[in-house]
Design a binder for this molecule. Structure first.
Ligand code: FE2
Length: 331
């Protein structure tokens, strides 16, 4: 379906033709977001037609899923390089496998509490009371958040641990015209650690956050550099306050926008299997990390590669501004 109002970067007919030419099957799984891609072996390397088809599906569906893949770390990085420049995680080097600084490995969240001196039960309890597990785009407080993320599952729990994404371009288009116009002129400060509620007394995690402050002012509506779509650029994890508004005004408007951004019809939920790969547009989506598996104690090992992004530009033409702890291209 092509409509006259659709931005030039989203040409459905061209996307269908690209998929046909590449022998790739793109099967949408929800009305606004998410498609499974069959007929491609990511470990075998991609030809240009396959890359074009996957890229078109990604712009159209915001997150694409591949199943039963057999990527190793080198294959994962090679796949990512076909679509951009993988970010090298200097500050998280300890979480990367040897020789693969582009890959961040999460051997579940079970280890995180211990890292900051908390008992596992305490960590789970605190996470339940904070926004830390909330909706976010990856590294959204940076001045140049990643353009995309490629997450690959190695070990997954037999149940629980699903990830959910929401389409922020659909959310923006779904706003009433007066509200969309109003918020298109606004900006908000995004700050690492906003949602975390410290424990009374010592809290190693708060000290960790204070030592590594990262904050930027981003437009509430950004223009996607590839598709031209307007994106409602909010999340529950990083957004501190709408600039120039009172605290009360900001809270009410942010709550309303977050409700819009995460309406069920804009979301898709993915059931991971070993060998599953999810590739999402980190500019046009937010996602919800699973919160229903840690208490079960099953192992869950995921590997993440992110593609470098650019400084966002608002619907009003103004770019984002760094506040603290972040520079374009510096990780
Ligand atoms: Fe994430």
């Amino acid at each position: 379906m092509t409509t006259d109002s659709r931005p030039a970067g989203l040409d459905d007919a061209a996307a269908d033709e690209a998929a046909r030419a590449a022998g790739v099957r793109v099967q949408p799984v929800a009305g606004h977001i998410g498609a499974e891609i069959d007929g491609v072996d990511l470990a075998a390397g991609l030809d240009d037609a396959q890359v074009a088809a996957i890229r078109a599906a990604l712009w159209r569906w915001k997150v694409v899923f591949f199943r039963d893949q057999r990527l190793d770390h080198a294959g994962h990085v090679a796949f990512a390089r076909r679509f951009g420049d993988p970010v090298v995680l200097h500050s998280r080097g300890g979480a990367s496998p040897p020789d693969f600084p582009e890959i961040e490995t999460t051997a579940d969240r079970l280890e995180l509490g211990g890292k900051f001196g908390m008992e596992h039960e305490e960590w789970l309890r605190r996470r339940r009371h904070t926004l830390l597990r909330g909706w976010h785009c990856d590294h959204g407080a940076r001045i140049d958040p990643p353009a995309a993320t490629i997450l690959r599952a190695e070990t997954v729990p037999p149940y629980g641990g699903d990830t959910t994404w929401s389409n922020l371009a659909a959310a923006c288009a779904g706003l009433s015209a007066p509200v969309r116009e109003f918020v298109s002129g606004l900006r908000a400060e995004h700050r690492l650690g906003v949602g975390y509620q410290p424990r009374p007394g010592e809290d190693a995690y708060v000290r960790h956050l204070l030592d590594r402050q990262v904050a930027s002012v981003h437009p509430l509506v950004r223009v996607h550099p590839e598709t031209g779509e307007h994106v409602l650029y909010v999340n529950g994890y990083y957004v501190e306050q709408i600039t120039d508004l009172s605290r009360a005004e900001s809270r009410a408007i942010l709550d309303m926008l977050l409700d819009e951004a995460t309406r069920a019809e804009y979301t898709v939920r993915f059931r991971w299997e070993p060998g599953s790969v999810a590739f999402w547009d980190n500019r046009a989506t937010i996602h919800l990390a699973p919160s229903d598996n840690a208490h079960l104690g099953f192992p869950r090992t995921m590997h993440r590669v992110m593609l470098a992004g650019e400084v966002p530009v608002g619907a009003d033409g103004r770019p984002s501004e760094a506040v603290t702890g972040t520079e374009p291209g510096r990780w």
